[in-house]
Design a protein around this ligand. Sequence first.
Ligand SMILES: C[S@@+](CC[C@H](N)C(=O)[O-])C[C@H]1O[C@@H](n2cnc3c(N)ncnc32)[C@H](O)[C@@H]1O
Length: 253
Amino acid sequence: MRQEPPNASRLRLSVIGKLTRFSRSPVTRLLRTLRVDKLFPFVIDKYYAELAFQREWTPLFLKKKDKVLEYWKRFRYLNEIIQICKITDASSVLDVGCGISGVLNFLPGKRYGIDPLAEEYLKFYQYPADLNIRKGFGEAIPFPNETFDVVLSSHMLDHTTDPSMTLDEISRVLKPTGHFVLVVEIFPSQAERDLAHPHSLTRDDVYKLLSGRFENIFERTSPWMLVSSYVKGSTKLAGEQLIMVLTKSDKRH
Ligand SMILES: C[S@@+](CC[C@H](N)C(=O)[O-])C[C@H]1O[C@@H](n2cnc3c(N)ncnc32)[C@H](O)[C@@H]1O
């Protein structure tokens, strides 16, 4: 197993944790407006925005879990995914970059989640007792080889520092007969985004990343909007997302 990437020291996360406690404050809004994240990336790194978002969104998620489930069924083919991957109470399932309100909440099985921010999330949110959540990076998944029947990655790949390394790690921890479920926003062309999203992947970028690692057995394209926007009743679409179910490829590059 690889060591965790060096870009997320405890120190930086604790600074971010303190800052985001004031996420709605005028000070934070001013920092964002001044684009301080660009000027001082050592203080406000890519986790800053994510933590602020999750802190703000979680109370609404807790009230509207049924709408989040509806979103997963309507836009992310949850029923089809469960059927294709044959996910049952006996399945071992890992969500990489699980966040708080992710798909793990709506699946059967022995459920594990990793997220670089897990320890920060745990400071303001208590996961359901039967979810096993721990700190971890996609680039260094803290589990032995061939552990899981299903590995999921939902709107995580474009957050990672290294998507290729992350896919290698997902392949490593997936059982030979396992399934990988990828949900990722796709763009018509590459564009600069923000610190939380170091990558903007086109459909072809995704295919190239998967090639040699996984075989595609199910693919849908679906309108993309933030789950939080959907829950609030918005109908404004913000782009496209790709939903794929894949198996491990025999070919390694
Ligand atoms: C947009 S949220 C998605 C959360 C969840 N998967 C969902 O669908 O609701 C992205 C998550 O990816 C996590 N993340 C960022 N970099 C990561 C990395 N290198 N490895 C794994 N997760 C990462 C973030 O901390 C955040 O919780």
